[in-house]
Design a protein around this ligand. Structure first.
Ligand SMILES: Nc1ncnc2c1ncn2[C@@H]1O[C@H](COP(=O)(O)OP(=O)(O)OP(=O)(O)O)[C@@H](O)[C@H]1O
Ligand SMILES: [Mg+2]
Length: 341
């Protein structure tokens, strides 16, 4: 039976599988697409290219080409049309009628169709500060998508999966925080069992949007500065305007970390009964938004300036391979479950 792990993120889908030599293999696709009418681009022009695309019928029964993943981004600039995203804030997008079809094709490209398979995929926690479509609906949709590809499937919390891939040394006790695009997901686990899980609707997209409006900068420019030229502790020198953008990004990063720690405390206080854990535990941070230089240092600085925290923390560290940590944890869980049965 083929077992796979899948990190279904607002911006990136990452799949993990085991190769014959017992090495894990990861594949990534940007979770975005671009519909192009066949008047603009003939289907036979596409067949010889390396592009990821699919041809589907639109509402009027006409053929429409959907370019998938990273290529969608490049083509959107050539054709001047807007990129579309099947998901928003960690869950399947309510306003995007093509989302399910597109996601099915993307996952088929990543993990293939099988006779008998098992897929463990990540699901977010319901966000505490935003009304999004229920995660339960999102899960039902993905179970159906995986079924169509031959996989029995099960969703597990995104941050819990980071505990599985990064907290073996502490016996799967720890706090994992996944700083993504649409959401930040948090899980506190004791010996592999989640005790607190929640999500907040702030992540990389939130930083980009706020910096863009605070500094009057185009959104895509902010994203590009953030992803390429940022050090959160030692400011990078440069032109005045860019310096201002980087300062603003750092400010929103600090604010995001502080907000996540405050909500953690609120969630802890809400459920105070039975949540006391006497052991020291690590905090592991992960996700695309944790990638800039000195993110962990900034996290430590904000954590220390807050003072009291509900748990004793042994260390604050970065997940190994932050972009693959969720997919890896899902695969580890799938392999465990399979070895028990
Ligand atoms: N080097 C980098 N520096 C800063 N931010 C980055 C970097 N690389 C990626 N990002 C940001 O990380 C985010 C994507 O992260 P990730 O792939 O973990 O999210 P996701 O899992 O798709 O989303 P979510 O978990 O919210 O559903 C985007 O906001 C992107 O701009
Ligand atoms: Mg994610």
């Amino acid at each position: 039976m083929k077992i796979i792990g899948a990190d279904i993120g607002t911006m990136n889908i990452v799949t993990a599988s085991m190769m014959e030599d017992s090495k894990m293999q990861f594949k990534t696709m940007r979770n975005m697409f671009l519909p192009i009418s066949t008047d603009t681009l003939e289907t036979n022009e596409l067949t010889d290219t390396q592009l990821d695309y699919v041809v589907q019928k639109d509402e009027d029964g006409d053929d429409k080409v959907y370019i998938l993943g990273e290529d969608a981004f490049r083509f959107s600039q050539i054709f001047g049309s807007d990129i579309r995203r099947p998901m928003s804030k960690g869950v399947i997008s309510a306003g995007e009628i093509d989302a399910i079809d597109v996601l099915t094709v993307m996952l088929e490209k990543l993990v293939g169709k099988v006779e008998v398979g098992k897929s463990i995929y990540s699901i977010p926690a319901q966000a505490v500060d935003l009304r999004t479509p229920p995660v339960l609906y999102h899960e039902k949709v993905f179970n159906k998508i995986f079924k169509a590809l031959g996989y029995d499937s099960k969703g597990i919390n995104e941050a819990l999966s980071i505990i599985y891939s990064n907290c073996r040394n502490s016996n799967f006790t720890g706090i994992a925080i996944s700083f993504g695009a649409g959401l930040t997901n948090v899980c506190c686990a004791y010996k592999g069992q989640p005790t607190i899980t929640f999500a907040v609707s702030r992540g990389g997209d939130w930083i980009d949007e706020n910096v863009a409006s605070s500094t009057g900068t185009v959104l895509s420019r902010v994203t590009s500065v953030k992803e390429r030229e940022l050090d959160l502790i030692n400011p990078v020198e440069g032109k005045k305007k860019e310096k201002r953008v980087r300062e603003a990004i750092t400010f929103y990063y600090e604010d995001l970390i502080e907000y996540v720690l405050n909500v953690f405390e609120e969630q802890f206080n809400k459920n105070a009964d039975g949540l006391s854990i006497d052991e020291e535990m690590p905090i592991v941070v992960s996700g695309g938004t944790s990638k800039p230089h000195n993110f962990v240092e900034l996290f430590k600085k904000v954590f220390e300036s807050k003072g009291d925290f509900p748990y004793d923390i042994s260390e604050i560290r970065h997940a190994t391979d932050p972009l693959n940590a969720v997919g890896k944890g899902c695969l580890i869980y799938g392999l465990w479950e399979n070895s028990k049965s």
